[in-house]
Design a protein around this ligand. Structure first.
Ligand code: SF4
Length: 226
């Protein structure tokens, strides 16, 4: 794997598109980082591919953002929903808001609504592009700008803004007048499913609003290394 750590985000994306073309896709979950990555990518490749995982529990502001992004960048979004049978079985057995009852059940819900659909989204791709940043959480501190994703068939995972700070994201969003999720105006700093995300107070860790009732890691299983 080529070492691209010293390269800029634009150089990393140029490398990704020249190597993978349309067989690489941007993961879009409604975070400010995702729009930044899409904006950077759209300056390098016309109509870059992107996909989203619609868990069925997303806030309406995230859907509004996705439609705003479709219009602004003239892109279509590949949408992956949970497997119908797995979802029906889970809710029948454990209830609608099972995630509040235990960490195991929360992970089960993330597994059905996110992890399994991600596997389908990545099947057939040579790589994916994320808006992950190293300072988002300890579990992300070691990510590289380009790495092999062993959890998904050794395809390439590209994290072009791995070395950006939250302030860099805000500044880029503002100066380029990018669309953003309106929940940021209500104190949210990291946005996931509606029942599992809440705003954070000034000075608190931006990701502390995710699964706030739990101790420990703040991952749903999408970005965990084997
Ligand atoms: S974030 Fe919450 S609602 Fe969304 S998949 Fe995970 S547990 Fe389920």
């Amino acid at each position: 794997m080529q070492d691209l750590e010293s390269k800029t985000e634009k150089e990393v994306l140029s490398w990704a598109y020249s190597n993978f073309g349309d067989s690489i896709s941007i993961a879009f979950s409604g975070q400010m980082e995702d729009v930044v990555v899409l904006d950077l990518a759209s300056k390098i490749r016309k109509n870059p591919r992107l996909f989203t995982l619609d868990t069925g529990r997303l806030p309406k502001e995230t859907y509004e953002l996705m439609d705003a992004v479709r219009d602004r960048y003239n892109v279509s979004i590949d949408v992956y929903f949970p497997d119908k049978q797995k979802l029906e079985n889970m809710v029948k057995e454990h209830g609608f808001n099972l995630f509040y009852n235990s960490k195991d059940l929360r992970k089960m819900c993330c597994g059905v609504r996110k992890v399994e659909p991600l596997q389908r989204a990545l099947a057939g791709l040579s790589g994916w592009i994320t808006g992950l940043r190293r300072d988002q959480w300890d579990s992300r501190a070691q990510i590289k700008k380009v790495e092999i994703d062993e959890s998904h068939g050794n395809i390439t995972k590209v994290n072009p803004i791995a070395d950006w700070s939250y302030e860099n994201i805000l500044e880029y969003t503002k100066s380029n007048n990018l669309p953003y999720n309106k929940l940021y105006e209500k104190g949210y700093k990291s946005i996931g499913c509606e029942p599992c995300t809440r705003p954070v107070l000034e000075g608190m860790h931006p990701r502390s609003g995710r699964w706030w009732w739990e101790e420990g890691d703040k991952e749903c299983g999408l970005h965990v290394k084997e």
